[in-house]
Design a protein around this ligand. Structure first.
Ligand code: FES
Length: 278
């Protein structure tokens, strides 16, 4: 059982929660995730650990309401408890002083890129961060990202704030300006990560992506989270969540993520009807 200590709405449909989880807070490293279950019948949802406080015994998660479970989670309040929390899971990010790293986050992916940027900065890297959202109201963690970056560039699809356009265009501009880039971290929606990998590939800039696959057991046994990387089958839960983006088969990943769309939509609609007493 894990109690919700704090809850905050970061933007429309994006929520930040601080959870009581002393054992996880103690062990967790950047890049790792937890699996949570709200109640007995609930599905298991993987969420990246955004931050932790070992002293207070807490971890922070940020999630977007995308389906039944995240909608139910977003309705919970500080003081309430989740039935189960498992973690830290996945491999921690490889943190070294690579030189100049560019950390790119899109939408709720900014929550995932934030701990990486913080750890990379701490390791002595020069960190340029690019964060993006569809519009200004959906942008999250700008202040936090500023604190852990040497330079922060903000982009919005509709131009309501910062650069008008996609984060991939900002990265292309950076490359065109002849900035030496030693490594790129790209985290966000799959189409965004795919395009960013296409941008960096011709320049052979190592590009790491963090995949948010569908997960069931998170132990490498069920195969639900499988992804093709460099022609081999990998399991996101035990081999990832980070992979060499130039090796990921994004087309297959997109298809797998779409596999349960209908069922997810139906469950979400049923949940909404229950909540509205229909
Ligand atoms: S979630 Fe089952 S193998 Fe990864």
């Amino acid at each position: 059982m894990s109690r919700i200590i704090e809850k905050q709405d970061l933007s429309e449909n994006v929520v930040r929660m601080v959870l009581d989880a002393p054992a996880i807070a103690k062990k967790r490293r950047a890049g790792q995730f937890i699996i949570l279950k709200i109640d007995e019948k609930g599905e298991r949802v993987p969420l990246t650990i955004v931050d932790s406080d070992e002293q207070k015994g807490t971890i922070t998660i940020i999630f977007q309401v995308v389906g039944k479970t995240t909608a139910a989670l977003a309705k919970m309040k500080a003081g309430e408890a989740l039935m189960d929390l498992q973690g830290p899971l996945g491999n921690p990010t490889e943190i070294e002083n690579f030189g100049h790293v560019v950390c790119i986050g899109g939408g709720v992916g900014v929550g995932v890129v934030y701990p990486l940027a913080a750890a990379l900065k701490k390791a002595g890297n020069r960190v340029t961060s690019i964060i993006g959202a569809r519009n200004k109201s959906l942008l999250i963690l700008e202040e936090e990202m500023k604190k852990v970056s040497d330079k922060l560039i903000v982009a919005t699809d509709d131009g309501s704030y910062g650069f008008h356009g996609f984060v991939s265009a900002v990265l292309q501009n950076l490359i065109d300006s002849k900035e030496k880039i030693d490594r790129v971290y790209a985290i966000g929606p799959v189409p965004m990560m795919r395009v960013l990998c296409d941008v960096t590939k011709p320049y052979t800039i190592p590009t790491i992506v963090s995949l948010n696959s569908i997960m069931v057991d998170a132990t490498g046994m069920c195969g639900a989270c499988r992804v093709a990387v460099g022609g081999q089958t990998k399991f996101t839960c035990v081999d990832g969540p980070e992979f060499d983006g130039h090796q990921v088969d994004f087309a297959q990943l997109t298809n797998r993520l779409r596999m349960y769309c209908t069922q997810e939509k139906e469950a979400f609609e049923a949940h909404r009807c229950q909540c509205h007493g229909k």
